[in-house]
Design a protein around this ligand. Sequence first.
Ligand code: ATP
Ligand code: MG
Length: 414
Amino acid sequence: MYRLNNAGFESYLVGGCVRDLMLGKSPKDFDVVTNATPEQIKGLFKNCRLIGRRFRLAHIVFGREIIEVATFRGHHSDDESGKKLGQQDAEGQLVRDNVFGTIEEDAERRDFTFNAMYYSVADFTVTDFAKGREAIAKREVELIGDPETRYREDPVRMLRAVRFAAKLDMTITPRTGDPIPKLAHLLANIPPARLFEETLKLFLGGAGVNTFKQLQSYGLLTPLFPQLDAILKAPDSRECQFIYRVLENTDHRINSNQRVTPAFLYAALLWYPLEEHAQKLQAESGLNPHDAFNIASGEVIHRQVQRIMIPKRFSTVIRDIWVLQHRLPRRFGRRAFQLLTHPKFRAGYDFLAVRGEIEGGDTMELADWWTQFQHADAPKQKKMLTQLRQEEGGATRPRRRRKRPAAKRSEGDA
Ligand code: ATP
Ligand code: MG
């Protein structure tokens, strides 16, 4: 900011970082705005990369840290010559948005009042264009401008309203919240790749349970996860409780700095739709359980990615977690040991454990067995397997299995 200022430009910190500092939280990143154009910014910084199509931005790279520097954005209405500047589609959604403007215009174009505060190092003041301070004092999420117009311009703002309310423990004002249920369907027009990024922020921000419940109450989950519609209508069902429990665990892990993977969450969200679909396929087309499950896995993921893109590196893990749910019950002979070395054993086991908590019965017993087995020493493991054989009806089954060519079977397992 000093370098921009010294070169004769204005520059400010804006958005989430100013808001979070005012809330006494530490910002997760810092966004800068300036009246310098992207090209002028590039001229001042060797470590500058220009990025973006919808929003053209400069990234200033400091080692592993990136500071996003944007040029003030102006209004997208027609200019005096009648030329269309910003482009909108039939639903009022902005498709291109690269008009530079003044700081006042930039502030009006931001989403919430608490996100339109600008901090300057020229005089160390905060300029508050939209009563953001007041919103912070009242802990209110309040959209700038006419809510319906703003949601139509960019439907993702509906998700952002809920995200900030949940994460910052604020309430959405009626003016800002009331139009959401009616406009929630507009999320179907957002590219699946952008929605993937947004859902990560929604569910992996440490307030996933609260976010999920508020999304549900505003009718925002249906356009994101059409396959969950039936389940969500029964919040006390074990299917719904399972999702809440996984989100709860995820929040706990994030808030204690443990690693989380989106794959686990998506595997959980789609687990019961998968089971239902697999059963239906089995009943309707006489497929065996194994084939039905495989086909259903592919189809459930395929339906989901129509709305929210799931990168391959995650969808393969989702399927691994699902397949393990069917392999973890089959422990005879060397299988139990092979499963322990499966690269996704940990995720599969954790998943089974949550299912066990919710489903009880056999699933809980199986999860407990694995809890013990993985921590047991070799003699204890052997004993557990012997015991299992006795409980499951004598030694006949495993012995029969062992007669088959061992190499071939383990290949098939892998
Ligand atoms: P976070 O702490 O999650 O990063 P943030 O407010 O910084 O919150 P960003 O997505 O980093 O969120 O956006 C930075 C700023 O850009 C916002 O504070 C807001 O002023 C503006 N902004 C972001 N997305 C939109 C949008 N869809 N519509 C209008 N303004 C937006
Ligand atoms: Mg930010």
